[in-house]
Design a binder for this molecule. Structure first.
Ligand SMILES: Nc1ncnc2c1ncn2[C@@H]1O[C@H](COP(=O)(O)OP(=O)(O)OP(=O)(O)O)[C@@H](O)[C@H]1O
Ligand SMILES: O=P(O)(O)OC[C@H]1O[C@H](OP(=O)(O)OP(=O)(O)O)[C@H](O)[C@@H]1O
Ligand SMILES: [Mg+2]
Length: 300
């Protein structure tokens, strides 16, 4: 049963969409929401914001709690990390709609460089500090091959890397992206528990399945638009087959005839990370006037 506070906005007819209220995912979530056309006005200190152009209410929550709210059906849709879904033991209770390509990092077992602990085996029976207690216990159960592990796993909510230096832990389990935090604390990684990124998730029995699907499509459109550019060039028709082999596009290139006899204009989506190399090759096989255009948005 929920108790409705009259100072809260009425969200009864709206899909509840949970987004991280701070931390590493916050800025990227806000820019994604803007890109998919979600407009809202969040008042200071308010964790619920009504979306003005869709029947959605955004709920700003700690990233670490979002999988639980989605799994229990208290919110319909959410953005959080795969690590959090696994740690919340919510994998079987949420559906992954799409991976978001940000929040990429690894959950790693770390030990002080100046310590005898060089492999995870060396940490068996020792003291581990982490914000990911369940995943850590699961990992040590595999290592110790028993349900009753001898390794002591203790929870801290942040700045996990400080635990060894302060004498609370022999090793830690924490997220690593660039490795700067780990190295600054005199630690090194000795094992990887999982690789993670942010995901859009929904409850298994969503109250607003059509709206959730629209959001999924919008998100995928934006992610595709961010990943690709539109490449246009002219080429003699007899070079077309080779050019299409170089840049086949997502589905197929669009080919139109030029006024000039024997020439065609080609328009094709190319992944940004392959662009320079593909332009070199197209030029080599005779393409001219190669232009590259940003894609602002798309539906695929
Ligand atoms: N350094 C990082 N690089 C990429 N993704 C990260 C990084 N740190 C955390 N994440 C991702 O973001 C999620 C939320 O972590 P974050 O650190 O933002 O939350 P928090 O600890 O509650 O916030 P804060 O650190 O501001 O207190 C993590 O579960 C992980 O999926
Ligand atoms: O490998 P890096 O690029 O250094 O990133 C990893 C750090 O990022 C996160 O910390 P955060 O900044 O969220 O602080 P917190 O530990 O207090 O949550 C994570 O817990 C690591 O400490
Ligand atoms: Mg953090």
């Amino acid at each position: 049963m929920s108790y409705i506070n009259s100072s809260l906005p009425d969200t009864s007819d709206r899909m509840l969409f949970a987004v991280p209220k701070k931390g590493r995912l916050y800025d990227q979530c806000l820019s994604l929401l803007a890109d998919i056309g979600i407009s809202f006005n969040r008042k200071p200190r308010h964790d619920i914001a009504l979306v003005s152009n869709l029947p959605i209410a955004l709920v700003f929550l700690p990233a670490s709690d979002i999988a639980t709210y989605v799994a229990r059906g208290n919110v319909d849709l959410g953005i959080t990390g795969l690590d959090i879904i696994r740690e919340s033991q919510a994998e079987s209770e949420v559906a992954e709609l799409t991976r978001l390509g940000f929040g990429r990092c690894k959950l790693q077992v770390q030990a002080p460089l100046a310590s005898p602990y060089k492999t995870i085996e060396d940490l068996k029976g020792k003291r581990i500090v982490t914000s990911f207690v369940n995943l850590t216990i699961q990992k040590f159960k595999q290592i110790e091959r028993t349900d009753e592990i001898t390794t002591q796993v203790r929870f801290v909510s942040g700045s996990v890397e400080a635990a060894c230096g302060l004498g609370l832990a022999d090793g830690i389990v924490d997220l690593v992206e660039s490795g700067d935090t780990m190295r600054a604390a005199g630690l090194h990684a000795i094992d990887t528990i999982l690789e993670t990124e942010s995901v859009l998730i929904t409850n298994l029995s969503p109250r607003f399945p059509k709206l959730a699907e629209i959001i999924r499509q919008r998100v995928e459109g934006i992610l595709t638009a961010r990943r690709y550019v539109l490449c246009q060039y002219n080429i003699l028709r007899n070079g077309l087959e080779r050019a299409c082999g170089v840049a086949p596009g997502r589905q197929a290139p669009t080919v139109t005839s030029l006024e000039q006899q024997g020439w065609v204009a080609v328009s094709v989506m190319v992944e940004k990370r392959e662009l320079a190399e593909k332009m070199d090759k197209l030029k080599e096989i005779g393409a001219t006037d190669i232009l590259v255009l940003e894609i602002a948005n798309c539906r695929t």
